[in-house]
Design a protein around this ligand. Structure first.
Ligand code: SF4
Length: 317
C-alpha cells in the first residue's frame, strides 16, 4: 500500500496511464479509491466569490480578468456579515467546507486582515475554511494560518509548457512558490488544474506529474473542465470530450491516491452519466451551490438527487 504514494511519477508513466484501455484505467482508479476512501462518500464544498471581477491578471479562461469584456462587473470585497450569512446558508445546505475566492493578483496586507476576520467567523460556525486570493507572501500565509485557515487553493492550471499560452502575467514558478509558502505555514493545499483549454494529452500528463511531484501531495485536487465564457480568449474553445475528462480524473486518482479529487468547474455542462463515471473514477468532492465564482453550477437540488440515485452521501467533516 505504501508504494501507492509516489512523488517520482515521470511524465511518461503518467502518459501511459492516460493510454490504458478505459476499463483497465477505471478499474485501477476505483480499486485505489476504495483503498483510501469510503467510495460512497463525497465531500461537499461551497464556493463564494468575496471579491468579484477587475483582476489585473490575464488568465485566458477567466471572465474576472479586467482585460476581457465578459460582462462581469468589478465589485469591492464583501462585508464580513454578508459573508457569514452566506456561510450559514451553505452549512444549512449540507456543505462542510466554505471556500472564499477573491479576484486578486495578490492580496494587499489590509485585504489579508479582512479575510482573516472572515476565516475566524466562518470557522466559528463549525465549517472548514478555504481561501483563494492569488499569490501569497510568507507573512500573509502565516497570518491566514493563525486566523485558522484550513485550506488554500492555488491551481497550477496546466503543464509547465502549455502554461505560457494561457497566462503571461505570472510564472509557473511563482505559483509553485505560493504553494510552498502555504505548505510551510501548515495550511492544507488545494491545487489542481483545468482541462479543455486546447492542451494535449501530454500536457494533461504534465499537469498531473507536476501535482504528484509535490511532497506531500495536495490534500485536495480540483480538476476543472473549462467553462467557455464569451468574451474571454477561450470563449470559443472546443468542448473537452467527456471520456477524456473522466480519464483525467482517473489518472489524478491513481497518481495521488490519498488526495480528495474534486469534480470542479464545468459540471453544469456535464451529463449525469459523465459525472457518475467521474465518481467511479475516484472523484470524491464537488462544489454545491448555484454559482462557481461567476459561472453557473448545477443547483443543489439536482446534485442531491444525483447523489441519492448513485447511493452517495456527504463526507462528514
Ligand atoms: S483566474 Fe484568478 S488570477 Fe486569473 S484572472 Fe481570474 S481572478 Fe484573476
Amino acid at each position: 500500500m505504501s508504494g501507492d504514494i509516489r512523488h517520482d511519477w515521470t511524465r511518461g508513466e503518467v502518459r501511459a496511464l492516460f493510454q490504458l484501455p478505459f476499463n483497465d484505467l477505471i478499474f485501477r482508479a476505483q480499486s485505489l479509491h476504495r483503498t483510501y476512501f469510503d467510495a460512497r462518500e463525497v465531500q461537499i464544498s461551497t464556493l463564494l466569490s468575496i471579491k468579484t471581477g477587475g483582476c489585473p491578471e490575464d488568465c485566458a479562461y477567466c471572465p474576472q480578468s479586467a482585460r476581457y469584456d465578459a460582462g462581469v462587473k468589478a465589485e469591492k470585497l464583501m462585508a464580513l456579515n454578508a459573508v457569514l450569512d452566506e456561510a450559514r446558508a451553505a452549512k444549512a445546505a449540507g456543505a462542510s467546507r466554505f471556500c472564499m475566492g477573491a479576484a486578486w493578483r495578490e492580496p494587499k496586507d489590509r485585504d489579508v486582515e479582512a479575510v482573516c476576520a472572515m476565516v475566524e467567523g466562518v470557522k466559528s460556525l463549525g465549517l472548514e475554511t478555504c481561501a483563494t486570493l492569488g499569490m501569497l507572501s510568507h507573512d500573509q500565509a502565516q497570518k491566514l494560518k493563525r486566523a485558522g485557515l484550513d485550506y488554500y487553493n492555488h491551481n497550477l492550471d496546466t503543464s509547465p509548457e502549455f502554461y505560457g499560452g494561457i497566462i503571461t502575467t505570472r510564472t509557473y514558478q511563482e505559483r509553485l512558490d505560493t504553494l510552498a509558502e502555504v505548505r510551510a505555514a501548515g495550511i492544507a493545499v488545494c491545487c489542481g488544474g483545468i482541462v479543455g483549454m486546447g492542451e494535449s494529452q501530454d500536457d494533461r500528463a504534465g499537469l498531473i506529474a507536476t501535482l504528484a511531484a509535490l511532497d506531500p501531495h495536495p490534500e485536495s485536487v480540483p480538476i476543472n473542465a473549462l467553462v467557455r465564457v464569451a468574451g474571454t480568449p477561450l470563449g470559443e474553445a472546443a468542448m473537452i470530450e467527456p471520456l477524456d475528462f473522466v480519464r483525467t480524473i482517473a489518472v489524478a486518482r491513481i497518481a495521488m491516491p490519498k488526495s480528495v479529487v474534486r469534480l470542479s468547474a464545468g459540471r453544469e455542462e456535464m451529463s449525469d452519466e459523465t459525472q457518475a463515471l467521474c465518481f467511479l473514477s475516484g472523484a470524491n468532492s464537488i462544489f454545491y451551490g448555484p454559482k462557481l465564482l461567476t459561472t453557473p453550477n448545477p443547483v443543489a437540488d439536482h446534485d442531491r438527487a444525483l447523489m441519492a440515485r448513485l447511493g452517495l452521501k456527504p463526507m462528514p467533516v
